[in-house]
Design a protein around this ligand. Structure first.
Ligand code: D5M
Ligand code: FE
Ligand code: ZN
Length: 569
């Protein structure tokens, strides 16, 4: 639990324009007087933005505070940071385009997720909706609302910081992270191991439902036998008469399975992706060379899945695709979001989960350089770090990389390197791989950047997966229990002994980004959220008619798993 002294100390530091590492706060709080401690730490931090443990130690050693809260320090000893040359204050860091009289207030729009506008075939609980057509808009984007106080955003921000402060969330737990565990050297042969692991774990989920016989055994069964098999989809082809042959592969070989076009489950063939895991039951043809399929099973999420919830009222902001360094980075929206996080309304938002694409990167797509605002990748991360510093220092932040980030592109992607972590060290954020399962307050959140969504959307029928309803594409991944089933397409996959892309445990929340569209809904009680982005439409997106949802922050109640979306444009 946050002690009062911690809370006051964080408030003090915030009002002086500093964020602080948690450990630094703990150290300083022991010194007693929060005001003196904050002033000394601010002195030690100089023009850094974040008070680190080293600053705290330096402040304590300064003899002003060390173990003697009453101390001998006089207010004059603790020079005012604003008089120190180069010392930061919120005015320097704060956006210049918010808070003025004619600017929209932060969070001027609120979209309520539970409008039940659509459901899916999969007994969805019906909160699925695209942001665009839902909710109660209290204010139209661009509406002007007079702000109190002054045109100086730093004053209003620190004033509210004074009124709030004191988040002290427990640290998230991280699982299924490849970082530091990569076994692959990139050799093609190593994929055999990855696929073996995929098969073992996904077939394990299906074993209870069918009595699997290896492909080799089925090949030697007499014609007319009943047969059941679990395999990875090796090929999908149609016959001259419009039926489907799905070739399934296990560790012993492959076997062709015929799905007649008039069977009730035949439309499911449209949902199949190569390399996903399936179970079938059927009867062998008279010559034993093919199986007539009677039923088809996906690993899927049990309909009875009961998600965990937090046992206190606490919220998480689920965002992604910040794309700092791009000319289209939505600076104004970001600034309003960051400022809103300092307001009493956002007091319960204790976690910020960022699903990849922190920066625009370089050389990600052809001609991308023509739209770069910052051309150096390290400078992009430095600029991103500045944006991150605008977020309250007492929030827990977790970040995974995306395809624009400077880590290996092939998935699973390890977390940011030490060098990049150093640049983004504000807030003591946690860096983990893509994908990873992050458990906050008992709620497990599967974070995955989402590159495979492009593929799922391209391959599946519109009603099953589209850019306008990206959460439905996520349902497919949950059903397949794999975040990037198809090998050899758009999504690059690295060979690892373990297939980190398998969804072993059913998460309570599935969080992706990448497609820059906002959408959320429930699939078998799992909340799927695709967060939008903080980048306005790029030339490429214009050319292919992608209209990005930028400037939205989905806010998740961890105690109820209800979602509210805030709009900052
Ligand atoms: O990609 C954001 C979305 O836009 C995602 O759906 C891919 C698509 N996209 C963006 N630029 C390109 C290019 N140049 N080619 C193909 N697809 C593209 P993100 O990677 O997050 O920027
Ligand atoms: Fe992106
Ligand atoms: Zn992306």
């Amino acid at each position: 639990m946050p002690q009062e002294s911690h809370r006051r100390l964080v408030q003090e530091l915030t009002s002086r324009g500093y964020n602080a590492e948690r450990e630094a706060v703990t150290l300083l709080a022991d010194a007693g007087d929060p005001e003196l401690a904050a002033a000394a730490a601010a002195d030690a931090a100089g023009d850094a933005f974040v008070v680190t443990v080293e600053h705290a130690r330096a402040a304590l050693e300064d003899d002003l505070l060390g173990g003697d809260p009453g101390g001998e320090a006089t207010p004059d000893d603790l020079s005012h940071p604003e008089s120190t040359e180069g010392a930061p204050d919120l005015a320097e860091k704060a956006p210049t385009d918010v808070g003025g009289e004619n600017d929209p207030t932060p969070a001027d729009e609120l979209l309520d997720g539970n409008d039940g506008s659509s459901t899916t075939d999969d007994d969805d609980t019906g909160v699925s909706t695209g942001a665009k057509n839902s909710g109660n808009r209290s204010t139209e984007p661009g509406d002007t609302v007079e702000t109190e106080g002054s045109a100086n955003p730093s004053q209003s921000a620190s004033a509210v910081a004074d009124a709030v402060g004191g988040r002290s969330p427990p640290a998230p737990e991280i699982a299924n992270d490849v970082t530091g565990r990569s076994t692959g050297t990139g050799q093609y042969e190593e994929f055999a191991g990855t696929f073996q692991d995929r098969y073992e774990r996904l077939s394990g989920l299906l074993r209870g439902r069918v009595n699997h016989r290896p492909a080799e055994a089925i090949q030697s069964m007499p014609g007319g036998s009943d047969a059941e098999m679990i395999g990875l989809v090796d090929d999908i082809r149609s016959t001259a008469s419009g039926h489907w042959i799905v070739e399934l592969e296990d560790t012993t070989g492959t076997f062709p399975c015929l799905i007649m076009k008039d069977r009730a489950f035949a439309p499911l063939v449209d949902d199949l992706l190569l390399d996903e895991c399936l179970a079938v039951q059927g009867t062998l043809a008279d010559d034993g060379g093919i199986m007539f399929v009677d039923s088809l099973h996906f690993p899927d999420v049990p309909r009875t899945h009961k998600p965990n919830t937090a046992d206190r009222h606490v919220q998480a902001a689920l965002i992604s695709d910040v794309h700092v360094g791009s000319q289209e980075f939505a600076q104004g929206a970001w600034d309003r979001f960051a400022e809103w996080l300092h307001t009493p309304e956002a007091e319960s938002v204790e976690y910020l989960l960022i699903g990849g694409d922190m920066v625009e990167g370089v050389g990600v797509y052809p001609d991308q350089d023509e739209e770069l605002d910052i051309v150096d990748i390290y400078e992009q991360y430095e600029a991103f770090a500045e944006e991150l510093k605008k977020v309250p220092g007492d929030m827990e932040i977790v970040m995974i990389p995306g395809n624009h980030d400077a880590v290996r592109l092939a998935e699973p992607q390890p977390a940011f390197t030490e060098e990049l972590r150093d640049i983004m060290s504000a807030h003591d954020a946690r860096f983990t791989g893509n994908p990873s399962t992050v458990t906050v307050e008992g709620v497990s959140v599967l974070m995955y950047h989402g590159v495979s969504l492009d593929e799922v959307i391209a391959e599946l029928p519109e009603e099953k997966a589209s850019y306008d309803e990206p959460h439905k594409a996520m349902y497919q991944l949950l059903k397949k229990r794999h975040v990037a089933p198809q090998y050899g397409g758009h999504t690059r996959v690295a060979p690892e002994e373990k297939d980190y892309l398998v969804i072993d445990e059913v998460p309570d929340v599935f969080h992706t980004g990448h497609v820059h569209k906002l959408g959320w809904g429930k699939y078998h009680n799992v909340l799927a959220v695709n967060s939008g982005c903080w980048q306005e439409q790029t030339d490429f997106q214009k050319s292919v008619n992608i209209d990005p949802d930028y400037g939205y922050a989905p806010i998740l109640d961890l105690d109820t798993l209800d979602m509210t979306v805030r709009k900052f444009v």
